[in-house]
Design a protein around this ligand. Sequence first.
Ligand code: SAM
Length: 369
Amino acid sequence: MGRLGMSAPASEDRSGARTGASVGARPEGRGVGVSSSLRGPLVDKHGRVHRDLRISLTDVCNLRCTYCMPAEGVPWLARENILTTDELVRVAEVAAALGIVEVRLTGGEPLLRPDAVEVVRRMAAIEGEQGPLEVSMTTNALRLPTLAEPLREAGLARLNISLDTLDRGVFKTLTRRDRFDDTIAGIEAAIAAGFAPIKLNTVAMRGVNDGEITALLRYAVENGLELRFIEQMPLDAGHIWSRPEMVTGEEILAALEQEFALTELPGRGAAPAERFLVDEGPSTVGVIRSVTRPFCGACDRVRLTADGQLRNCLFARTESDLAGLLRSGGTDDDVARLMHACIAGKLPGHGIDEPGFLQPDRPMSAIGG
Ligand code: SAM
């Protein structure tokens, strides 16, 4: 760990993406070279099979949400360490050979990478064990007015959009940027481009947006969006998260039930959200109780940071240096071996609610949410 580099102001061209060939790319003309003995699924010691790879495209963001990033002085990842398009695609190809079926692109803000559409196009063309990789994205929507159509055309399957408030003033305080109208325009662009379902992610915060819980669901239902409330996790850059201050899933459900009839839907599988039918449907709402009701026992996720570090948990305190391997001539078999080893070392749970829990050194923006 510890690859956080210089401090500099963010702008839309600071994503660090380098689209050209790089030392970590597979030599030209060579196909994916994972030996059959390594092609098995990514299974950890607790029997969990990993099918979902979250890739952070950049740690740079155009918002500064208080629960995620500091206002200023962000310790950006060193630009030369950010994986290139070719390196990202190579990792996704090896992952697909190891049973990964979904790649979710995130950040930072993934749409700040100039090659975001190209990354989607190339990843959506990768053949996995059960057909083409399903490529999805988590975004703040600010760049969707221009990019929603190209992303859909490039093969992006699904969109998750973050929206914590419907109040322009609260948005400005919470994100430290006056861009509420751009976010709403981005959501409208995603709907117009035909993405369905579109999920909305809302982090509930006491004294900030906890008075808007029912209004947010009303907005989602009226616009055909699937809202998911997320319990705030200790991943802020300032390390000021406080367990007693956190709005719990139970409180969120109690607030929703004041206005809506909720019926729990069975069959959650490895999904983080508990889902409920709203007023007998067809709309649904989700609650992600990462803190008060962890779902680590069913976790099938593995994460790649923008600087090429593989993490077997959002809260992992160790990382596997995939970038170093790629850039020192590692073969696809070497990459596959490192992925297997990383997953093998996964702990049974994140331990947020246990005494002695230590927040990871990287903030959420540098891990990829
Ligand atoms: N910029 C993109 C966006 O806004 O969706 C992608 C990255 S963002 C880190 C991904 C998700 O992580 C967002 O939905 C955000 O609300 C969530 N997130 C960030 N910090 C969090 C925290 N401390 N607890 C819970 N969720 C968090």
